[in-house]
Design a protein around this ligand. Sequence first.
Ligand SMILES: [Zn+2]
Ligand SMILES: [Zn+2]
Length: 240
Amino acid sequence: MYQPEIGMPKPDSDSELVTIPCPACGFNNSFWGKLDDNGFLIEHYGRQCQGYFEDEDGEREICGYRFRAKFCDECGADNDIAARRCHQCDAPLIDPDKKLREALKLKDALVVACNDMTLTAGKNRNQKPQLKVTYHTHEGNDLHEVWPLASKKQKQDFLARFVRPHLVDRHRPFDATAPTKVTASQHRFRPPDFVIARKQGRFWHLRQKIFDVESFITQDRLTAMLAQSRGQAFAEHDAS
Ligand SMILES: [Zn+2]
Ligand SMILES: [Zn+2]
């Protein structure tokens, strides 16, 4: 019997072996996954590419592209979805569904599904370059985030904490920090699944972004959770 990913048992009875090409190296991975009636892929459970590169000396280097990753809120590093602590900075990693559940318990938090985002290049009042990110939500409340991009530290912070979790094609390096260059590559960035805003005074401020929720929580459970908290959060939101 061919084993798709070492140590990974068949997740459930309607899973089958699917071939998933790696966007980084092109290797055809065999993962457990689900197909619809027409044979189209619904989802797969593969985590990391099993392909490898061979350098000039014939040394093998594992590709390691992560199909699913848990991004560290502190340093932005990508970690295996099962990791409890960040491999780069040792910060604890919290599962997206737990983050979501905790946010839903907060009285002054607004939890909304995000369906799109817009990047706008600009300057702050001191004429220093900055990037404004607008997160568009299903409910029509836009939330903003501003990344100053003048100093070396600001640029590094942006690359680690914005670029890494938002970049879709992570196998292609992205190191631009000039706001106009970043906006020109908007298509390479994905919106988060959810944004969490906290109220500060009269305004809602973006506090947290949650990625890759679908892999941890079923859509039905999520809808129920959101519906439960929605009445309360929006009653407060509308009143502001
Ligand atoms: Zn690969
Ligand atoms: Zn970290």
